[in-house]
Design a protein around this ligand. Structure first.
Ligand SMILES: Cc1cc2nc3c(=O)[nH]c(=O)nc-3n(C[C@H](O)[C@H](O)[C@H](O)COP(=O)(O)OP(=O)(O)OC[C@H]3O[C@@H](n4cnc5c(N)ncnc54)[C@H](O)[C@@H]3O)c2cc1C
Length: 463
């Protein structure tokens, strides 16, 4: 069935653009309204003085064949680049020294990241029972794999992915695949062994786990993808179009939504039976306050900690260690002022001018939100001090650019399954409304693409 009336999509981040792409490709009219003057949302790329600077994601993991489908569909397959082989190597800081993260059982046995007792405790995972009540990722990991593994593997990993606090994030909502291993197979190791066949099945359909998926970006950075989708959408996308509110009126078993927005400062209205909300929860909370105060409150309670990205360019000779990997993450126990650093120019070429390297350091998050209050000079000095001590960097950076996110990444905290139920209830109450953004179904770029395609499919299937 071809929809004549456009589906209205609010927000042109990767979630909203994915919905729009799959709808349009399947013959459905769309109208995308984006507040900003450019597309991409969190996913933006800047070019300054020969550096390529990502303001949000530095790369994505090819966890789904949907990436290839979109990339080919919008004709940018020649732009796609995979990360250099060395990117598989990641470091973790322990007692002031960077240790390679073990990627195989023999490497794990040799690693200095855990004591012999800590390693034995990991092996004991096999014999742990199931949890009786909802757990944070910290509780889950400490119970199953021990405190050392939590401190030196999971704590830094959670900081790297969610900029989050492992004591607060729900294992069920934030790490559903890990949670499912215990639910379905009774444990992580048991799940890894017994779930082999299922994983092979999924791999055949092109799906890859986050551990095995290849890391990619584009020659001209991550924003290449949203820009190319926007080009495919052409006149169906309106920039500088800020949605103020959405009013539904019952129309049979569905709703007719009136979307009010300002476009280049002029007030406009548009109507449709289908509206996709692909904006951050705190913005959505304002838009729907009038029609569903309870849901509005639920959305505004989702915590988004601040994150600052400090991008430095150095002359190669200023770095006194080899940049042979993705970079490093820092466990909270190490008591540092940064979360970790990506060695951006080691991942992809053309991230820095010749003879220079690019380093992107993440600061703040749920661990240390207050550090994001430092002014630019204080922040850059704080990061530089840490790089000097951790990476043996000499002198001052040749180039500095700081990007700040006051509200960076939604935290799927304990009890989030109730929030997820509230999303479902909202969609049932207002038939034709869809919630599709990184506060639901996962925060990675791949998760957003999977959620976006799923929403497009359900809109196409409902008629
Ligand atoms: C610093 C940082 C680093 C990250 N690194 C990675 C990484 O390396 N790999 C990875 O996979 N993921 C990473 N992520 C996560 C990932 O980038 C995001 O989860 C994802 O891009 C979110 O996409 P989205 O479309 O759901 O939301 P957004 O990107 O937030 O897009 C929402 C859009 O809605 C628009 N909007 C808001 N309000 C309105 C309104 N009223 N009217 C119209 N438009 C509106 C906004 O302007 C925006 O364009 C990172 C995130 C951050 C913040």
């Amino acid at each position: 069935m071809v929809h004549k009336e456009p589906v209205i999509i609010i927000g042109a981040g990767i979630s909203g653009l994915t919905v729009a792409y799959f709808l349009k490709k399947n013959g459905c009219n769309v109208t995308v309204l984006e507040e900003d003057s450019e597309v991409g949302g969190t996913m933006k790329t800047e070019f300054i003085d020969g550096y390529l600077i990502e303001t949000g994601p530095n790369s994505a993991l090819e966890t789904t064949p949907l990436f290839k489908e979109i990339i080919q569909g919008v004709g940018i397959e020649n732009e796609m680049v995979y990360a250099n082989e060395t990117s598989n190597k990641r470091y973790i800081l322990k007692d002031g020294t960077l240790h390679a993260m073990p990627m195989s059982p023999p490497a794990f046995l040799k690693s200095k990241l855990l004591s012999a007792k800590g390693k034995l405790r990991v092996a004991g995972e096999f014999f742990q029972g199931k949890a009786y009540s909802e757990e944070s990722i910290a509780q889950f990991v400490e119970r199953r794999l021990g405190k050392e593994f939590l401190d030196y593997f999971i704590n830094p990993f959670v900081a790297g992915v969610f900029a989050g606090n492992p004591e607060k994030l729900s294992v069920r909502s934030a790490f559903p695949k890990l949670y499912a291993l215990e639910e379905k197979y009774g444990g992580i190791f048991k799940g890894v062994i017994r779930g082999r066949r299922e994983r092979k099945q999924r791999a055949k359909s092109g799906e890859q786990s986050k551990e095995s998926a290849k890391m990619f970006s584009f020659k001209n950075g991550m924003q290449t993808l949203p820009k190319a989708i926007a080009q495919f959408l052409g006149d169906d996308i309106f920039l500088n179009a800020k949605v103020e509110h959405v009013i539904p009126i019952r129309d049979g078993n569905k709703c007719m939504f009136t979307v009010s927005y300002t476009h280049d400062g002029v007030s406009e209205k548009i109507e449709s039976h289908n509206v996709v909300f692909s904006i951050p929860a705190y913005h959505l909370s304002e838009i729907i306050r009038q029609i569903d105060p309870e849901m509005s409150k639920t959305l505004s309670s989702i915590y988004y900690p601040p994150v600052a990205e400090v991008f430095f360019g150095f002359k190669k000779e200023q770095i006194k260690r080899e940049l042979d990997g993705f970079g490093y993450l820092i466990p909270e126990k190490e008591k540092r002022n940064i979360l970790g650093t990506i060695w951006s120019s080691s991942l992809f070429s053309n991230r820095s001018p010749n003879d220079f390297v690019a380093l992107t350091t993440f600061v703040g998050g749920a661990r240390q939100p207050e550090i994001c209050n430092l002014d630019d000079e204080q922040l850059s000095n704080t990061v530089l001090d840490e790089l000097k001590s951790i990476m043996n960097v000499e002198g001052k950076p040749a180039f500095t650019k700081i990007n700040r996110w006051q509200k960076a990444i939604p935290q799927y905290e304990l009890g989030y399954h109730k929030t997820e139920q509230a999303f479902e209830k909202f969609e049932q109450n207002f038939r034709g409304a869809f919630l599709c953004a990184n506060f639901r179904g996962g925060i990675s770029v791949g998760d957003c693409v999977i959620s976006g395609e799923r929403v497009a499919r359900s809109i196409l299937e409902q008629t």
